[in-house]
Design a protein around this ligand. Structure first.
Ligand SMILES: [Zn+2]
Length: 342
């Protein structure tokens, strides 16, 4: 089968369109004929090489898949060949203490499709049958593929971890990232007032169409002071932080006393300077969040499939132009998801 893959870690030039053997299907697995696959920043990190992650080569990145079930394993029931599905890229063991208590994203053997195992930038992808979710005929594959990773991440972080409530103020940093576009919509759906930051005057009005109430350009305005002013020197209840080192200190300053910061990523680096006094004096909760459990995944996908949360698709490229798509992602030019069609 054709796959956008790499033979060694490195930059975007390492990606090539290769012919690789199609995967076999295990008893509890299905093969999905990939129609669309969305990119995440994680795919750039996987391409570049992650510490402690030794991958057999070639490797196929990308875990956000929508397509048609092509083959089912001998023990699979409830999934049929020909069904239109999207794929949950979370992979969990189902046996450890966390999985058996319904916290699959804490799994001792947690993996992500396209990071630890072959992903979906290919004609076929092999996944556990429990990871596919049927989608309505009216939902285009490019939109469906844009949903799974970022909506589950933003849902668990905002709703389960930070316990965002109606009427609260939430600050979402870096409005153009796919996960931020999902977070804006979820926060709005939850009844919060949504503050966003971006470096781009083009992205700020787009964030407002998704539901942002206050949009701040952080290159021309001191965004922590703007947030302070807009909240009458109170600060926001919740910060949704995916930027990392570049924003961490100001994010803590932008919080109200007793506020919650939830971190889901560190695009600009994992080791920010820390201001411990701000944390204890303001009695802040620092929360970590990764992906989601099955319940949360189903909860947020229900809203996506009903059309109440609409994935923001930045651009669509054919698989053969995958390098251009990765280049756009690496430059941070996108607003929403970059999708490859197969
Ligand atoms: Zn487990």
């Amino acid at each position: 089968m054709k796959a956008l893959a790499f033979m060694e870690h490195g930059g975007i030039e390492k990606l090539q369109l290769l012919d690789v053997p199609p995967p076999d299907v295990g008893a509890d697995e299905v093969l999905v004929g990939v129609q669309a696959v969305a990119l995440n920043r994680l795919d750039l990190f996987t391409l570049g090489g992650l510490p402690g992650l030794k991958l057999p080569m070639p490797h196929i990145p990308a875990g956000d898949v929508a397509g048609v079930v092509a083959k089912i394993g001998a023990a699979v029931s409830g999934v049929e060949v020909g069904q239109r599905v999207l794929v949950n890229p979370s992979l969990w063991c189902g046996r450890c203490e966390f999985c058996t208590s319904g916290e699959e994203s804490l799994c001792n053997d947690f993996k992500i499709l396209g990071e630890h195992v072959w992903g979906g930038a290919a004609e076929l992808v092999r996944v556990p049958a429990r990871n596919v979710l049927p989608i309505p005929d009216a939902l285009p594959f490019e939109i469906a593929a844009a949903a799974p990773l970022v909506y589950q991440t933003a849902w668990r972080a905002l709703i389960s971890r930070a316990r965002l409530k109606i009427g609260e103020d939430v600050l979402i940093l870096g409005a153009g990232a796919g996960v931020s576009t999902a977070a804006i919509q979820i926060a709005k759906h939850a009844g919060a007032r949504v503050f966003v930051t971006s470096s781009s005057d083009e992205k700020l009005p787009k964030a407002k169409t998704l539901g942002a109430d206050v949009a701040i350009n952080y290159t021309t305005q001191e965004w922590d002071k703007e947030v302070w002013k807009a909240t009458n020197k109170r600060g926001v209840d919740v910060v949704f932080e995916s930027v990392g080192a570049a924003t961490w200190l100001k994010a803590i300053r932008a919080l109200r006393k007793g506020g919650r910061l939830v971190t889901i990523g560190a695009t600009t680096g994992p080791n920010p300077p820390e201001e411990i006094r701000q944390i204890f004096w303001k009695q802040i909760d620092i929360l970590g969040s990764t992906m989601a459990n099955q319940r949360e995944f189903r909860e947020v996908m229900r809203l996506v499939l009903r059309g109440e949360l609409k994935p923001a698709v930045d651009s669509v490229f054919p698989l053969a132009r995958g390098r251009e798509a990765f280049a756009r992602l690496s430059r941070g030019e996108q607003f929403g998801k970059i999708v490859l069609t197969v």
